[in-house]
Design a protein around this ligand. Structure first.
Ligand code: GLP
Length: 260
């Protein structure tokens, strides 16, 4: 896994946006896997700013979001569909039909999950999957003990995630207990993964993801199997990594052709 440590979340978000923009410029019909949470907000701001300056065109881009709360429709302010419209889709030239977020109101959830996987495959697969990490090491909503080969499906949130995400709701009781999430296997199928993690509350999960054993106990650790995964972290989230000197050395000694 490539580990890039930046002085602050702002630099990491700018670098992640630069990587996404380079992909879109090289492939107009790029397929992006997108994430929610507080972590990618700077990334979306950067992409929206690049779009406003006329630097990226999203007209032919397609997107698939990682996850959604069961029971929340797209007009619920805490739904991820609402989040995506507010923080990204409404700020760039992407048609609604080209964006996909799992339907939290699906009547037949297993059938909806199969259809979501089929839609990703029919789009040609995900070129770039953006990811955050939960403090318990989850990616998407794949909580500890998730199968590392899992596909899009219903999951029950851990108590820790309910507590972590309660800050977005009036109380912890209002946080839905169930979600639809891409599986770890779905995520690993993306051609490139870009993980963002900021702040000291993520330091333990980041260390377990990058340097710990590969285990369903830390679903993010499955990314060690991915052939093209880049982690962008600020200093605080990197604080528990053991090989920081090596990661910095690799960045400082990158061949010129890799810097492009
Ligand atoms: C949420 C989302 C994840 C996100 C993570 C971290 O519950 N399902 O996709 O990466 O938890 O959230 P935050 O970025 O707010 O710390």
């Amino acid at each position: 896994m490539e580990v890039i440590i930046t002085p602050s979340a702002r630099e990491a978000s700018a670098e992640a946006a630069r990587i996404a923009a380079a992909l879109i410029r090289g492939k107009r019909r790029a397929v992006l896997g997108l994430a929610t949470g507080s972590t990618p907000l700077g990334f979306y701001d950067e992409l929206a700013a690049m779009h406003a300056r006329g630097e990226i065109d999203f007209a032919e881009v397609m997107t698939f979001n990682l996850d959604e709360y069961v029971g929340l429709g797209p007009d619920h302010p805490q739904s991820y569909a609402f989040f995506m419209r507010e923080h990204f889709f409404s700020r760039v030239n992407i048609a609604h039909w080209r964006t996909h977020v799992p339907n939290g109101l699906a009547v037949d959830i297993p059938a909806h999950c199969v259809a979501y996987e089929t839609a990703i495959a029919e789009a040609g697969g995900i070129d770039l999957q953006l990811l955050g990490v939960g403090t318990d090491g989850h990616i998407g909503f794949n909580e500890p003990s998730s199968s590392l080969g899992s596909r899009t499906r219903l999951k029950t949130l851990s108590e820790r995630t309910v507590t972590d995400n309660a800050r977005h709701f009036a109380s912890a009781e209002e946080v839905p207990r169930h979600v639809i999430t891409m599986g770890v296997g779905t995520i690993l199928d993306a051609r490139r993964c870009l993980v963002l993690a900021f702040g000291k509350q993520k330091a333990a999960a980041v260390a377990a993801m990058v340097e710990g054993p590969i285990t369903a106990d830390v679903p993010a650790s499955a990314l060690q199997f991915h052939a093209a995964c880049t982690l962008l972290v600020d200093e605080a989230a990197a604080a528990k990594l053991k090989r920081v000197d090596y990661y910095r050395w690799v960045c400082a000694n990158k061949p010129a052709w890799q810097r492009a």
